[in-house]
Design a binder for this molecule. Structure first.
Ligand SMILES: CC(C)(COP(=O)(O)OP(=O)(O)OC[C@H]1O[C@@H](n2cnc3c(N)ncnc32)[C@H](O)[C@@H]1OP(=O)(O)O)[C@@H](O)C(=O)NCCC(=O)NCCS
Length: 180
């Protein structure tokens, strides 16, 4: 399955992307935003990749178009996890794994495609997420997409620079519909 935008297309994860998935987990600039701290072993990576294709998660690779309109290698991934079926609420995550590609609008467009898919196809009633208070790009991304700050878990995440607040964001279906 594909979700096509102007700059990027989201492609459902297949085995052809597994090698790419296993390659980026130890990129420090990316990983530090996700509160990973234990060593990321080959076995662990393989388990994660397997889990990405299970039904309870919905993940895509993000592929951009070059100047000729050709598809590039994957430059990130995004998806839903932690589904709560009765409430139809889940969390989302997005990563542009190649830092050279940051600030080109890929993150916002990919997340917009994902959010639209979540509300229209998966029939979600609300999408939520938590962002480190120091993660300016992610804070901005949430604001641009209409997510509203719903709370703060104070000094919630331990990092090298001390304990950091986790900002909780939510986007209920009705608010998304009004902003479409
Ligand atoms: C968050 C992330 C996905 C954003 O991807 P991106 O492709 O660079 O995002 P975009 O280019 O669409 O830009 C998003 C907005 O953030 C802004 N932004 C980017 N970097 C910024 C920074 N260092 N400081 C302030 N704003 C920043 C952009 O300018 C843009 O806002 P604008 O259109 O008003 O100028 C990317 O930084 C990333 O992968 N980070 C690591 C993983 C992560 O933190 N994921 C989110 C976890 S919830």
């Amino acid at each position: 399955m594909e979700l096509k935008g102007e700059k990027v297309v989201l492609k459902s994860i297949q085995s052809t992307y597994f090698r790419w998935f296993l390659s980026w987990f130890n990129s420090p600039g990316v990983i530090e935003q996700f509160n990973f701290y234990l060593p990321i072993t080959k076995d662990l990576k393989e388990r994660w990749v397997k889990e990405l294709t299970e039904e309870k998660k919905t993940f895509f690779v993000i592929v951009a178009f070059d100047e000729q309109g050709r598809e590039t290698e994957p430059l990130g991934t995004c998806g839903f996890y932690n589904f709560r079926c009765r409430d139809m609420v889940c969390n989302f995550g997005v990563i542009i794994t190649d830092e050279v590609q940051w600030r080109k609008g890929y993150g916002v467009e990919a997340t917009r495609l994902l959010v639209d898919y979540g509300f229209t196809v998966l029939n979600l009633q609300k999408i939520e997420s938590g962002v480190l208070a120091t993660n300016k790009p992610a804070l901005r991304l949430h604001e641009k997409l209409g997510f509203v700050r719903e709370g703060v878990q104070r000094e919630h995440i331990c990092t090298d620079s001390g304990n950091i607040d986790l900002i909780l964001f939510g986007l209920p279906r009705e608010e998304w519909e009004k902003k479409r």
